[in-house]
Ligand binder design. Structure first.
Ligand code: N01
Length: 583
């Protein structure tokens, strides 16, 4: 693998763009900009491409969106030559795909691996970003593109006495490349989010004994994984372009048979038949069963009760089934998990569930974990404790914009952005799937493609007009934050203590970070912003303002909200003071 070590351009000029991160976002951004004649480079902390799929190598890691949809659509040849082996591809195959894309488009020559960006300061006079890395390399670039991932920095969760534990400690998000063999070992795992739910069945099948420490149960749906059925593949292969276009034209960027039916207006036997059909199909399909389940607590409870019943069917011990049943948040307000044999794993004689709400974890000692009730002895402990989501990778960089303002200060009340693409006071700095964009509520690949293409178009437009900088206006940023609040308020999403809300990191401001208006709506808004000559942006040539559009007026396309939901949505917006009350 060719690895470039010289990043600054050879003629001493600043790079056109420095891209931070070589996950799917950074890889496509690099390819796209190179194809347009720009001179971009990438800096990546890991030793290879793949981002999420490079780091998260824990047993059982796999995608939760169907592989046919979770792959790049920007190149027809790439699309034709790659054949996924399973409905939900496992991590090694996803990593191979990333490596294949890198090789096919000769990306590695412009990526500097094993290097982390530590600081980036905007130089107003020169209109460039000055960037520093942890290995001492410094560079200048006109545009800084943060493709740093939404779930790339693990939380700093630690436990008293962890360093005294004599056994091995693993984090799911920093799994050893050579793998771990738990055969014959006594293993403990802390956490029951997606990472744990995927790894627990595999670890349980190897270990002599597995103890699962659960604080909060999550909703999990069966993947029903296996080879892609031939008829599904054929349906997709007939018209991949059309298939992708249809996926992108949805709320979540994937096909979900989203129904406009209201659970509260459907007969119980029809509800059951529909939920059973979607459960049998597997994965996220159940999310689309009823239009009102995301906004109406009564409708949501119907789905919750169905899933609770499914958990009871799978878990032999009713007390364990009850503990595994979520009770503190509505269904869908945290990203649901997609599993293979998770609940049934608790029927194994070598698996034990510990409820940390009833017996809190007190400390680690040399042997293992002490709770308020007893000591559990382990050879190894796995921390599946989550991420400092959406902002973690960005605010760990010493980022300073106009006047030396730090991003941390700008985001002291939560991440404020315009379109989740730019931040006021931080010219020429873009985020791919940043806070304020649909990102983690969607099929990430489709969101990444939309962002990369928007940013590339923007850079081309600037270059053609010899414009040197673009910056979100504070007014447009404020208006976007308001619109994002309007989009999420009618839903139940803010009701969960989720990482979407920053609730899993002590001291992090509580704010719903992704844009909840849907990928299709969002894409249309971005299109309108561009068509209006970059509405909401200030564009300069040197220190001369060439165009100054401060307002954000673009509107979601009419008719995207199912009509029967409108009364609930209006009522919620009025109650939150986001709409004048009807007279
Ligand atoms: O992290 P999480 P994750 N003591 O934050 C517990 C994506 N993903 O890595 O809920 C005890 O969901 C915490 O408990 P609680 C996906 O978007 C996708 O699993 O805070 N427990 C929780 O149970 C997902 O949503 C896939 O009470 C502690 C767990 O640790 C996101 O990544 C696969 C604790 C953390 O769960 C994050 O998932 C994997 C403490 N001090 C991940 N601190 C796919 O399928 C935390 N916990 C593609």
């Amino acid at each position: 693998m060719a690895i470039s070590s010289e990043l600054p351009s050879k003629d001493g000029q600043p790079l056109d763009a420095l891209i931070v991160g070589a996950g799917f976002a950074g890889m496509y951004m690099l390819h796209k900009l190179r194809g347009l004649g720009f001179n971009p480079k990438v800096v990546e902390a890991g030793s290879g491409v793949g981002g999420t799929w490079y780091w998260n190598r824990y047993p059982g890691a796999r995608v939760d969106i169907q592989s046919l949809e979770y792959s790049f659509g920007f190149d027809e040849e790439l699309e034709k030559e790659w054949r996924w082996s399973e409905r939900y591809a496992p991590q090694p195959e996803l990593l191979k795909y990333a490596e294949h894309v890198a090789e096919r488009f000769d990306l590695n020559r412009d990526i500097r691996f094993n290097t982390r960006v530590s600081a980036a300061h905007w130089d107003e006079a020169a209109q460039v970003w000055k960037v520093e890395t942890d290995v001492g390399a410094a560079m200048r670039c006109r545009h800084l593109i943060l493709a740093t991932g939404c779930l790339s920095i693990p939380t700093d969760v630690t436990f008293p006495g962890l360093d005294t534990f004599a056994g091995d400690v693993y984090r799911t998000s920093r799994w050893p490349h050579e793998g771990v063999d738990f055969s014959g070992k006594r293993v403990g795992i802390i956490g029951t989010g997606s990472s744990a739910i995927q790894s627990i069945p595999i670890i349980a099948s190897q270990a002599a004994h597995l103890t699962v420490f659960q604080r909060t149960p999550n909703y999990s749906m069966p993947a029903h994984n296996g080879p892609i059925p031939q008829e599904d593949f054929e349906a997709w292969a007939k018209d991949p372009r059309g298939y992708r276009a249809a996926s992108k034209d949805t709320v979540g960027g994937f096909q979900n048979e989203a129904s406009e039916a209201m659970a509260t207006a459907t007969a119980p036997e029809e509800i059951r038949a529909e939920l059973e059909r979607r459960w049998a199909w597997g994965g996220f399909r159940i999310l689309g069963a009823f239009a009102d389940s995301a906004v109406d607590p009564q409708a949501n409870r119907i789905v919750q009760e169905f899933i609770a019943e499914k958990i009871r069917e799978q878990v032999a011990d009713p007390a364990v089934a009850d503990l595994l049943t979520p009770k503190d948040h509505p269904f869908g307000t945290k990203r649901p998990c997609v599993d293979t044999g998770y609940y049934a794993t608790f029927n194994r004689p070598n698996v034990e569930l510990v409820n940390l709400r009833a017996e809190p974890l007190v400390r680690f000692n040399a042997q293992g974990i002490e709770t308020s009730e007893k000591t559990y002895a382990f050879d190894a402990v796995v921390l599946a404790t989550g991420f400092d989501a959406m902002t973690g990778a960005i605010d760990r960089i010493d980022l300073r914009g106009v006047g030396g303002r730090r991003i941390k200060d700008h985001w002291v009340e939560g991440p404020r952005t315009y379109l989740g693409l730019m931040v006021s006071g931080f010219p020429n700095m873009f985020t791919i799937t940043g806070p304020g964009s649909p990102s983690v509520l969607t099929n990430m690949i489709n969101s990444i493609e939309q962002h990369v293409e928007w940013i590339a178009d923007c850079l081309v437009a600037l270059k053609q007009r010899q414009q040197t900088s673009i910056e979100a206006s504070p007014e447009a940023e404020a208006a976007w934050c308001r619109h994002s609040t309007e989009a999420v308020t009618p839903t139940m999403l803010p009701q969960a203590n989720s990482w979407y809300m920053g609730a899993n990191v002590p001291g992090k401001p509580r704010m719903f970070m992704p844009y909840a208006g849907g990928l299709h709506t969002y894409t249309e808004i971005c299109r309108q912003v561009t068509a209006k000559g970059y509405e909401g942006f200030i564009i300069r040539q040197g220190d001369r303002v060439l165009s100054e559009s401060r307002a954000f007026t673009s509107q979601p396309a009419p008719g995207e909200i199912p009509e029967n939901l409108l009364p609930i949505i209006m009522e919620r917006l009025m109650a939150a003071g986001l709409m004048p009350a009807a007279t």
